[in-house]
Design a protein around this ligand. Structure first.
Ligand SMILES: NC(=O)c1ccc[n+]([C@@H]2O[C@H](COP(=O)([O-])OP(=O)(O)OC[C@H]3O[C@@H](n4cnc5c(N)ncnc54)[C@H](OP(=O)(O)O)[C@@H]3O)[C@@H](O)[C@H]2O)c1
Length: 213
């Protein structure tokens, strides 16, 4: 049984958790505090998921999904994530993250900033270019016609493959875009961000000249 730990039980975290439970994954969830702080929420909103602290949630997880506001990612202790396959589902979003002058926020740099913080992790960018509600509404069986595709970027090929297998089980065609920095091609402000694309359409968009890394 594959175990997914989801850090951040907000809109994205809870939608991914429900989708993953339906797909047969074991799901651990963690908020910013104690497990008890999210136990009632988990019971009501994500029945079947197990609320834990971050370090307990990731301890025996095969995949960790980080779904907190980008400006809060540094509040997650990177130590327990070392060596783990970690999915960065975050985007810089001005209404939430503010108009930082750190220049950390543009689509080019967010993955690199996140990678620096989680330096020991096998970081993969994905799940960030689909609306949280669509995660639950747009999934389809493998091979379904016009199945929606989701992009995956990462420097660690084996980690990217693990995430692609998870994306498939969640109901979407995974498309590898290349190394982590190519995550810029499906971040906010790109043609791919929030677009509903099939595998062929996503591959074509990723290969188009204007998006080439
Ligand atoms: N909304 C979308 O459709 C969408 C789609 C794709 C990607 N994204 C990206 O996904 C990320 C999350 O978005 P969202 O809409 O789900 O945000 P949200 O609804 O505000 O939820 C964020 C959650 O993160 C938790 N959190 C904060 N610091 C934490 C920590 N150190 N450890 C664990 N949990 C922590 C918060 O809980 P506490 O009360 O414990 O702080 C909150 O429940 C953002 O970067 C966003 O850009 C959003």
């Amino acid at each position: 049984m594959t175990t997914i730990a989801i850090l951040g039980v907000g809109r994205v975290g809870s939608a991914v958790a429900r989708t993953a439970l339906r797909a047969g994954f074991d799901v651990h969830v963690a908020g910013s505090g104690a497990a008890d702080d999210i136990s009632l929420l988990t019971e009501i909103v994500i029945p079947g998921a197990v609320p834990m602290t971050t370090s307990d949630a990731v301890h025996d997880a095969d995949i960790v999904i980080v779904a907190v506001p980008l400006h809060k990612h540094r509040s997650i202790d990177p130590a327990p994530l070392a060596g783990k396959v970690v999915v960065d589902a975050m985007n810089w979003w001005a209404p939430v993250d503010g108009e930082s002058d750190e220049s950390d926020h543009d689509a080019v740099k967010t993955s690199e900033v996140v990678a620096r913080h989680f330096a020991g992790a096998r970081l993969v960018k994905s799940l960030n270019h689909i609306g949280y509600h669509e995660l639950e509404e747009h999934g389809a069986e493998t091979g379904a016609p016009d199945r929606r595709a989701l992009a995956v970027a990462g420097d660690d090929d084996a980690a990217a493959r693990v995430v692609m297998a998870m994306i498939d089980r969640l109901g979407f065609d995974p498309v590898y875009s290349g190394p982590l920095h190519t995550g810029r091609n499906f971040g906010p402000g790109t043609r791919i961000f929030n677009s509903i694309l099939t595998r062929d359409e996503l591959e074509a968009a990723l290969m188009s000249r204007e998006l080439a890394a």
